[in-house]
Design a protein around this ligand. Structure first.
Ligand code: F6P
Length: 341
C-alpha cells in the first residue's frame, strides 16, 4: 500500500508523533511506502512531497511542530482539490490519504472523501473542541504550559500586589482556560461559553484583598467576552480563512479591572507558547496510538472515518461526526470549577 500523510491547520505538539507512528506501523508491519505532503493540503495540490522511511522519522517523537510543515487551506483551493481528488490519488499513486488536523482539516478531509479519495483522518487541536473524540493530543501540553505560567505568575503577582489577567487560547471552547485555571487555582476563569460580568471579578479581587491576600490571577480564554452592557468591548475582524480574529480580551479586561479597582492589573498573553515545544508523555502516547490505528484502518479499507478516543479505547468514527458540532464546555464542568465567572 502507498500512504500519503499531511498535517494541516494550526500546528500542535504531537503531530510528529503521529507521523512517526504511521511510518513505523506502515513500513515495519505492512511493508508499505509512505509519502509526506509538505505544508498541508498545499503540498497535495502542488505535488510537493517526500518519501518518509524509518530514518526520516527517527528522533521526531518528542519534537514539537510538524516536520512536514502546515498551512491553512483557502476555500477555492479546497474546491480545486475536490474536483481533482481521484486524479490526485492516481498521480501520486496513493491508496489512502491520512490528513492530520483540526476541524477545518477534517471538514476538507470529509469533502475529499465524498469526492472519491480514500481518506482516514486523525484529529488534532490544542483546543480539545472536536466533538467525536474525548481528547485531542496537544491539549494536555497546552494546559501544562498555561498552568506552569500561572504558577509562576502567582509568585511575582504576590510580591507586587497585582492582579494578573492571563489570556489563553480557545476561541469558541474554553477547555484550556477551564483546565489550566483549575490546575493553577486561578481565582477567576472566564470562558467563551459563559459571558462574564467584570463587576463579579472586581468583587472577587476586593474580597481577597480584604482578607489579607495580596494578589489575584484571572485566566481568560481568548474568545471570552463580557455580558452585554457590562463593559465596552468587541472582538476583532474576520481573517482570510473566515475565522473570527480574537485578540485583546486579556488586555481590555486588565485595563478595565485596573480602572475599577485602582490596583495594578497586568495582562499576560500566552499565545503560541501554548502550541510550541515538546509534547507531554500523554500527548505522545495518544498521538502514537492515533497513528497506529489510522494505518490499521487504512488496511481494513475503513475509509471516510477518523480515529477517536472514547474512554480509554481508540475507535473509528465517521468524519462527518467530527465536524458537525464543536465540543464546548458544558455547564456541569463549569460548575465544578468554583472560579468560573
Ligand atoms: O485551533 C488552534 C488554535 O491554536 C486556537 O486555539 C487559536 O485561536 C488559533 O489556533 C490560532 O491560530 P493561528 O496560529 O493562525 O494564529
Amino acid at each position: 500500500m502507498r500512504i500519503g500523510v499531511l498535517t494541516a491547520g494550526g500546528d500542535c505538539p504531537g503531530l510528529n508523533a503521529v507521523i512517526r507512528s504511521v511510518v513505523h506501523r506502515a513500513v515495519t508491519n505492512f511493508g508499505d511506502e509512505v509519502i509526506g505532503f509538505e505544508d498541508g493540503y498545499a503540498g497535495l495540490l502542488d505535488g510537493h512531497y517526500r518519501t518518509l522511511d524509518l530514518n526520516a522519522v527517527s528522533g521526531i517523537l518528542a519534537r514539537g511542530g510538524t516536520v512536514l510543515g502546515s498551512s491553512r487551506l483557502q476555500r477555492d483551493r479546497l474546491r480545486e482539490a475536490c474536483d481533482n481528488a481521484q486524479d490526485m490519488a492516481r498521480e501520486f499513486g496513493i491508496d489512502v490519504l491520512i490528513p492530520i488536523g483540526g476541524e477545518g482539516t477534517l471538514t476538507a478531509a470529509r469533502m475529499l472523501s465524498d469526492a472519491g479519495l480514500p481518506v482516514v483522518g486523525v484529529p488534532k487541536t490544542i483546543d480539545n473542541d472536536i466533538s467525536a473524540t474525548d481528547r485531542t493530543f496537544g491539549f494536555d501540553t497546552a494546559v501544562g504550559v498555561a498552568t506552569e505560567a500561572m504558577d509562576r505568575l502567582k509568585t511575582t503577582a504576590e510580591s507586587h500586589q497585582r492582579v494578573m489577567v492571563v489570556e489563553v487560547m480557545g476561541r469558541h471552547a474554553g477547555w484550556i482556560a477551564l483546565e489550566s485555571g483549575m490546575a493553577a487555582g486561578a481565582h477567576g476563569i472566564c470562558l467563551p461559553e459563559r459571558p462574564f460580568d467584570p463587576s463579579d471579578l472586581v468583587a472577587m479581587v476586593e474580597e481577597r484583598f480584604a482578607r489579607g491576600k495580596r494578589f489575584a490571577v484571572i485566566c481568560v480564554a481568548e474568545g471570552a467576552h463580557p455580558a452585554e452592557g457590562t463593559m465596552d468591548y468587541g472582538h476583532g475582524a474576520i481573517d482570510k480563512f473566515g475565522h473570527e480574529r480574537f485578540q485583546g480580551i486579556g488586555t481590555a479586561l486588565a485595563f478595565e479591572l485596573e480602572r475599577r479597582l485602582g490596583k495594578e492589573a497586568k495582562p499576560v498573553i500566552l499565545g503560541h507558547v501554548q502550541r510550541g515545544g515538546t509534547p507531554t508523555a500523554y500527548d505522545r502516547v495518544l498521538a502514537t496510538r492515533f497513528g497506529w490505528h489510522a494505518v490499521e484502518a487504512a488496511h481494513r479499507g475503513d475509509f471516510g472515518r477518523m480515529t477517536a478516543l472514547r474512554g480509554t479505547e481508540i475507535e473509528m468514527v465517521p468524519l462527518a461526526d467530527a465536524t458537525t458540532e464543536l465540543k464546548t464546555v458544558p455547564k456541569d464542568r463549569m460548575d465544578e470549577a468554583e472560579s468560573v465567572f
